[in-house]
Design a protein around this ligand. Structure first.
Ligand code: FAD
Length: 447
């Protein structure tokens, strides 16, 4: 039995952040991770996805360059070369984590962990895959989530997002099932790289939960780019037919399930423990990351909090500050989480959609919009437009939502997000000095 102050299950975004912050406060920390340090974000999420998105952006820029007079676009992507560059980048991040954990004095155990004893008043005991037992008064569950295939015939013939990062060639004709952000991101980037893409969406709109007007603008843009978007389509089976996949009367060489993720909370030895779960099995936590059992906490995708890396990181740091630092009442404040969907072009959003604002604030809501052709598009005679939308509420017309769709918005939102969190009003935006000529200035000019 080895004693620690803090045992962390999972070396992804949330677990690493919590472990490092706790060690910086002087805690004796053990971190268990059976896979590669960095978790989903580094190995099967944000990072490899963004690398592919950047490649797709270069392909689109190549077409824009030809439209204004350059002789050539960028040509076809050599996948093995690209994959090697992407992997080198990822390996460097993983090595960096290993070095930081070592220099922080954190004990890293490359094993899965399971609870074998839980005490409501004292230390819990975790057993590593090799049988070594660890005891600590504070244990963090940061085990993340994994992609799910639906329970339909032939589901195993389709890929999930993790598999995409193992591809060594572009699929020619691809179906993507789902309309959430992962479906939208892969559809856009694989289309930009040259694949024929069909999206099969059960609902009536892409990106449920985002502002409907932007989701509609995105759908129109995707259709204009050649993506077939089919709403009201339920896929209830998949069959293999002479090397191709048959879905209803469609035939594809690859199908990607983007139909949801499930928390990694089933194999933690917690079956009989009442940690508190929602209907999807995610661990319910309060703003201090407490579960129902004292001394056991959870952060990141295994919880009901938004499944985004910066949220997992903020939650992990906040918890470590509360347990081992000077911020005894540190809590996570989550009403305004900025987020970007790396579509083609990207969509960036913070706060309330127009519909949510009207439900919450009624008549006191006003909306401003700017619809414009970005300069690079206009120069080449292109028609696609950006749509920026500001949702304001209350007597002072504070900005309660900002929704941006168009080139560059992935980099534009961050600064405005800070201003919105600090309570910026529409008057403040009007009085700001613009940076010209940019797309960002359209946030100030929206009417
Ligand atoms: P993870 O990063 O999943 O880490 C959990 C770790 O726990 C894993 O390494 C796992 O091996 C380990 N583990 C599991 N069980 C055990 C156990 N019993 N004992 C010990 N260890 C265990 N977020 C963004 O903010 N921006 C993006 O652009 C973005 N893009 C994404 C694209 C895709 C395709 C996907 C799938 C996700 C994306 N995300 C993005 C979400 C982001 O990756 C997650 O929110 C983030 O990784 C969650 O971190 P985590 O620490 O909760 O879990």
């Amino acid at each position: 039995m080895r004693d620690f102050d803090f045992v962390v299950l999972g070396g992804g975004s949330g677990g690493l952040a919590a472990a490092q912050r706790a060690a910086a406060h002087g805690a004796r920390v053990a971190l268990l991770e059976p896979g590669a340090l960095g978790g989903t974000c580094v190995h099967a999420g944000c990072v490899p996805k963004k690398a592919m998105w950047l490649a797709a952006q270069l392909a689109s820029r190549g077409r824009a360059a030809q439209a204004i007079g350059f002789a050539h676009g960028v040509g076809a992507l050599d996948w093995p070369t690209f994959v090697a560059h992407r992997q080198r980048y990822i390996d460097a991040i993983e090595r960096g984590y290993g070095d930081k954990l070592a220099s922080a004095g954190i004990t890293v155990i490359p094993q899965r962990g399971r609870f074998v004893e839980v005490s409501a008043s004292g230390a819990s005991t975790v057993e590593a895959g090799d049988g070594v037992r660890l005891q600590a008064p504070h244990v963090l569950v940061a085990t993340g989530a994994q992609a799910q295939r639906p329970a339909v015939t032939g589901a195993e013939l389709g890929a999930v997002s993790d598999d995409v990062f193992g591809w060594n060639a572009l699929p020619e004709r691809l179906a993507i099932v789902g309309g959430g952000y992962i479906a939208v991101e892969f559809a856009g980037l694989l289309r930009a790289l040259g694949a024929e893409v069909t999206m099969l969406v059960r609902g009536a709109r892409l990106l449920d939960g985002f502002d409907a007007e932007l989701a509609d603008a995105l759908t129109a843009q995707y259709r204009a780019s050649g993506i077939e978007v089919c709403f009201g389509t339920t896929v209830d089976g998949l069959a293999s037919d002479r090397g191709r996949l048959r879905v209803g009367d469609g035939s594809f060489d690859t199908l990607l399930w983007a139909t949801g993720r499930a928390p990694n909370a089933g194999d933690l030895g917690l079956d009989d423990m009442n940690l508190g779960r929602d209907a999807r099995g995610r661990i319910i936590v309060d703003s201090r990351q407490n579960t129902k059992i004292p001394g056991i906490y959870a952060v990141g995708d295994v919880t009901t909090q938004p499944a985004l890396t910066p949220v997992a990181v903020a939650a992990g740091r906040c918890l470590a500050d509360r347990l081992f630092g000077a911020r005894a009442d540190a809590a996570l404040d989550l009403p305004l989480v900025p987020t970007v969907v790396f579509a083609q072009p990207p969509l960036a959003s913070i706060g309330l959609s127009e519909a949510q604002a009207r439900a919450e604030h009624g008549e006191a809501v006003s909306v401003r919009r700017s619809r414009f052709r970005p300069m690079l598009t206009a120069l080449g005679g292109g028609e696609s437009r950006s749509l920026f939308k500001i949702v304001c509420a209350g007597p002072e017309q504070r900005v309660v939502g900002l929704h941006l769709f168009g080139e560059g918005v992935d980099e534009i939102l961050q600064g405005f997000a800070l201003a919105i969190a600090r309570g910026v009003s529409v008057d403040d935006l009007e009085q700001a000095i613009a940076i010209h000529p940019t797309s960002a200035e359209e946030v100030l000019f929206a009417r």
